[in-house]
Write a protein that binds this ligand. Sequence first.
Ligand code: ADP
Ligand code: MG
Length: 345
Amino acid sequence: MPASDLSLSDLPPSDRSAPELPDHAIQAHGLDKVYAPSGGQPAMHALKAVDLEVPRGSLFGLLGPNGAGKSTFINILAGLVIKTGGQASIWGRDIDAEPRNARAAIGVVPQELNIDPFFTPRELLEVQAGMYGVPQAARRTDEILAAVGLADRAGAYARTLSGGMRRRLLVAKAMVHNPPVLILDEPTAGVDIELRQNLWAHVRKLNAAGTTVVLTTHYLEEAEELCDRIAIINHGQVIACDTTERLVRRLDRKELRITLAEAIAAVPPPLTAFAAELDRDGRLIVGYHTGQTDIGAILAAVSDAGLTIRDLTTEEPDLEDIFLELTRAAPTPRPAPPPTVRRAG
Ligand code: ADP
Ligand code: MG
């Protein structure tokens, strides 16, 4: 096997089922990044003491608005940005102590579609395999191209590929050395809906086969649809990190709007327990969490107060609104780390 800086021999696929697998595909502690001032721009504190753990085997969403620090986080892991402070490891390998082994454990699909226009997909993958020291016999160029739906474009110049095809080619490139961790930075930028579904199907398949996947997005719905865990990052700080189910439940707040037959000046006592409010039109507004609040009890309280319901609606706030609300709020203490997600098989 040829010696190489980024030798695959450090990470044979069989190693992934070895007994001493790391519990966490990625771990970051106190990760900090300050971009130095340049070109009249002041210094930018892009990451502020970020603690984050990505359990092995998860499909993890790093969610946050533009400028939150998502790419900075990814690029530090990829060795493209030098951190200012803190510690990070990938597949149990510290990025300072074992930079090459750490990098060999991840494949990164960058946010920018930076592809040499005069390479064909097949050439690009071969060059990448060479860079990672993947021996000829272990190369899976055609298999990978087929997996991302580019088999019939294997010999076409990259400049002739559409945006969606380029995105998929970058996914293929990131998979060449068969890394246990795949990171996709804003993978749906410039990808149409149909191709997005294909891309997601492929990502799900990789994850089901054991690859830990981290993707960044500024769409809550995208993270919700795809990820089993979500961390929300804003202004360089992680403001929430939980299973998708728990996070969505936390965000799953609805409003009951009750129009009364009677005009009232204040919320009557039986309803204060539900933190009811009166809106400008004299309607009773009661916020509740689906599955947690007994709507019947709210309605009973209305009639206990001697009031008559004339009309009733429920409002579901836009998930995007709630997300913005959450990212505007002060950082909350993070919950205890969850149980590790075990890889199937
Ligand atoms: P996201 O990927 O979440 O949109 P980024 O990590 O790209 O966020 O950016 C976080 C912040 O750091 C932004 O304010 C951005 O302008 C700034 N930033 C990113 N890269 C650089 C850089 N190379 N030099 C200076 N500032 C940067
Ligand atoms: Mg980004």
